[in-house]
Design a protein around this ligand. Structure first.
Ligand SMILES: [Fe+2]
Length: 599
């Protein structure tokens, strides 16, 4: 099955009937018509011009007109379930309840943060899977030191949304570019999570969308609906509901795809450069709770450090680590007064740095009709510093950092001469604007936060001078120096938000910024730094990898940029569109040779 390019939806089916319940939306991407082909539609231009929010994307206008044939359409046909008489009756009743929910939701306009026509418009729209393609055209020369596979995660909803949908709600899809001896191959595959497999087999979305749907009375209704279907045996609700769409880490011979609401998923890179999902991964029975999507591998010890948060019951936060060969430590319960969103954290040589900030979960807000993700203006943000080897949280040192919200932390290190831990992150304002609609323009300022362990006092400063401020989100430091003082960070220039118009190389000491700009109507995502030679004296000796999409030609490329000069070394022409996505990693060929085999 091949698809040259484009977006793809699966048309949802009912449990009890074969008729669709999908809304007739113009998503600015594509829809299924009666002839079972997918036709890309142009969106309502006037409406698009009035969209203004953190996920605004004017590219709605740039869709080409073309049609996919039946073979290109989707991966697998919808299957009818084998339900007994009781289950059929229950399914019909629950379908009717869902219809009431959907009709109730339709009475009110969706906020832009959950409106699919905003959230997955333009090049945020999904694509079909792409089997591996070899010998891709390359302009320029791929540096010989780059041998391995670059993989990048992202959200790619299988089904056309029937209601609210946030960008973060989409099914996980990994895009991979395998590079060896100057040639490149490409593939993209869904990560076959429990929810993905069940929904594909059932033929419609049945798992609640964590951000797009779980707000207000109807959100409560959707939770009840999900568990009722589980109890009736219509779906299996006991094996996680995560989408595994956010982060990727290669640890102990395993490539893991992660979202913070579930266990990781083990994905293999095949010998041909394709991807296959092995399954939900509990580290050989050692992990029973969700794990955040940004665990940290210490480059010296090879240990993996991670957090797990719970939005319902205590403990709201747990810390744990894995030895280099995958043995898990005991959980360390971190005492928090309320469940808090914790997307990322940082490590130093000796400590983990845990941000306890003002975006919290208040499930009772759903009963009042709102979103459970709220900004708590009465809370003071703080960072906890805990010994990496701590067996309990009694020694954690909390340092207040007022009015600070970092969605991501790029690095941290210790400066013993001043008793400080230095944290590098992008401070976002308004803090909850990714999740909740707000009028203020979002700002994401690269910042240095100093936490004094002796005095308990913090300082915070923008690294880039005010006159040159840029929104910088998604990026990294040299992973070989994680937890140690780093001179450079490589970050996405998230302007116009949420699109990425280029890459910024920032000297964290001087604030000097060098830029690589993609060009007119070209946008990218997270840059990934691959060191050329770990023993090099230059801190920036390496290459930056990043996907780029041209909204004029609707073509995508992998850019390979010299990190010292920010000059383009090579562009790998990709056979199909790569939507804007989230986080990636690079696995060098030597590590890939040791990859774990499926059990
Ligand atoms: Fe992230």
């Amino acid at each position: 099955m091949m698809a040259s390019s484009s977006s793809a939806w699966v048309k949802p089916h009912n449990f009890s009937t074969s008729s669709s319940t999908s809304l007739v939306h113009d998503f600015g991407c594509c829809s299924l018509n009666n002839s079972k082909s997918i036709t890309l539609k142009k969106s309502n231009k006037r409406r698009a011009n009035h969209i203004k929010c953190t996920l605004q994307t004017p590219s709605l206008h740039h869709f080409p007109n073309y049609t996919l044939n039946k073979e290109e359409m989707l991966m697998k046909p919808n299957k009818s379930q084998d339900l007994n008489m009781f289950q059929r009756a229950a399914a019909m009743a629950l379908d009717a309840f869902e219809t009431v929910l959907v009709n109730t939701e339709r009475k009110y306009p969706l906020p832009k943060t959950t409106d699919p026509s905003v959230q997955i418009a333009g090049n945020f729209a999904p694509v079909p899977e792409q089997p591996v393609r070899h010998h891709l055209p390359v302009v320029g020369s791929i540096p010989v030191c780059i041998q391995g596979v670059y993989v990048r995660n992202g959200a790619n909803p299988l089904f056309e949304p029937v209601g609210g949908h946030h960008l973060f709600d989409g099914d996980g899809m990994i895009h991979s570019v395998s590079i060896g001896d100057g040639t490149a191959s490409y593939a993209c595959r869904f990560t076959e999570t429990e929810r993905f497999v069940q929904e594909r087999n059932i033929g419609r979305p049945v798992f609640p969308k964590a951000i797009g749907e779980l707000h207000g009375y109807t959100g409560v209704g959707r939770i009840c609906l999900f568990y009722a279907r589980g109890l009736a045996g219509i779906l299996d609700h006991k094996n996680g509901s995560g989408v595994a769409n956010a982060g990727l880490v290669y640890f102990n011979k395993h490539l893991l795809a992660m979202s913070e609401d579930d266990l990781p998923y083990h994905v293999r890179v095949t010998s041909s450069g394709d991807l296959e999902t092995v399954g939900r991964y509990d580290f050989d029975g050692q992990l029973s709770s969700a794990m955040i999507a940004h665990p940290k591998v210490d480059p010296v010890t090879g240990e993996l450090f991670a957090l797990s948060y719970d939005v319902v019951q205590k403990p709201y936060l747990k810390y744990f680590k894995f030895s280099k060969d995958g043995k898990k430590s005991s959980d360390v319960e971190i005492p928090l007064a309320e469940p808090t969103m914790m997307h990322d954290f940082a490590i130093t040589e000796r400590f983990v740095v845990i941000p306890d900030q003002q975006v919290v979960f208040k499930l009772q807000e759903m009963i009042r009709g709102g979103s459970p993700v709220v900004y708590d203006k009465n809370k003071t943000s703080r960072f906890g510093i805990l010994d990496k080897n701590a067996e309990n949280a009694s020694g954690i040192k909390w340092v207040d950092v007022p009015d600070c919200f970092c969605f991501h932390l790029w690095n941290a290190w210790e400066e013993p001469e001043t008793d400080e831990v230095v944290v590098i992150g992008s401070c976002m304002t308004p803090a909850d604007s990714i999740f909740n609609e707000c009028d203020a323009n979002l700002k994401s300022a690269l910042s240095e936060i100093r936490l004094n362990l002796k005095t308990g006092v913090s300082t915070r400063r923008p690294i880039i001078p005010e006159s040159q401020q840029l929104n910088l989100e998604a990026g990294m430091v040299n992973r070989n120096l994680l937890g140690r003082k780093t001179q450079y960070a490589y970050l996405a220039i998230a302007e116009p938000w949420p699109k990425v118009s280029g890459i910024a190389k920032v000297d964290l000491t001087t604030g000097e910024v060098q830029k690589f700009i993609y060009g007119d109507c070209c946008y990218g995502g997270e840059p990934y730094f691959v060191p050329r030679d770990p023993n090099s004296e230059r801190k920036d000796d390496g290459y930056i990898l990043a996907f780029m999409h041209d909204e004029n030609t609707w073509k995508s490329e992998l850019k390979i940029i010299n990190a010292m000069t920010l000059e383009l070394e090579a562009s790998v022409k990709l056979p199909s569109r790569v939507p804007y996505g989230f986080h990636g990693t690079f696995i060098n060929s030597k590590d890939l040779e040791k990859q774990s085999s499926p059990a």
